[in-house]
Design a protein around this ligand. Sequence first.
Ligand code: ADP
Ligand code: ADP
Length: 228
Amino acid sequence: MAELTVTDVRVRYGDVLAVDGVSFHLASGTTLALLGPSGCGKSTLLGSIAGFVGIESGTIALGGRDVADLPVRKRGLSMVFQTHALFPHLSVLENVLFGLRARRRRGRLTPADRQAAAAALALVRLTEYRDRYPEELSGGQRQRVALARALVVQPAVLLLDEPLSSLDAKLRAEMRIELRELQAATGVTMVYVTHDKDEAFALGDLVGVMNRGKLVQLGPPEQVCREP
Ligand code: ADP
Ligand code: ADP
């Protein structure tokens, strides 16, 4: 588990300052819900933490270490996207094992890896579905597989980019509760990007509101203005 400290980060695409001097500190095991309109820089900020978007200036530190000194593989991050991107030809269990295989020499899994995959599937309540294929699952179940795949590597920080936005309202409400339970069970630090206010205020220990690349509000949900 790790604390995450982002200090004065800027990201530029040509003339566009997509992230314009963002700073925050997130304690280990807590969730930052990042809210804001489309195009305000949420995904770019997440990408810069994940390491696939380069920053122009500022620093990002995980557990006190500047990520610039850490190869992407060693950052202890997992990411979940809006569309689950499961491999259609792999079973649920094989999809979850995929993330581990990629980290093992010649893809060789250990008995501990198989236990970890079983535990991750249990955590998202999909044990019974381990031998099914993605096309046989509902949208919510697929997104749970994506979560299990992200969690199986025991990341210090879990980055989620609109992970529930492809689901219907009822399922989103259920998954919110599950995400809180998952966090309590794993102690993972989460950065959760959404444009859904209810979701942000329900999930965040901290709510951050972005506008035009800047973090214009940051605080516990009860201190953040819902109608900026
Ligand atoms: P969002 O749902 O976050 O608003 P977008 O539709 O803005 O997503 O962006 C989808 C993808 O396209 C992202 O990977 C983003 O980095 C990329 N993208 C967004 N705007 C541009 C742009 N002006 N030029 C090139 N790529 C872009
Ligand atoms: P959000 O996630 O809040 O929708 P993004 O981070 O996707 O916002 O985009 C922030 C800004 O950066 C937007 O103006 C978008 O068009 C631009 N942008 C995002 N990705 C790219 C890209 N790959 N190339 C150029 N511009 C981009």
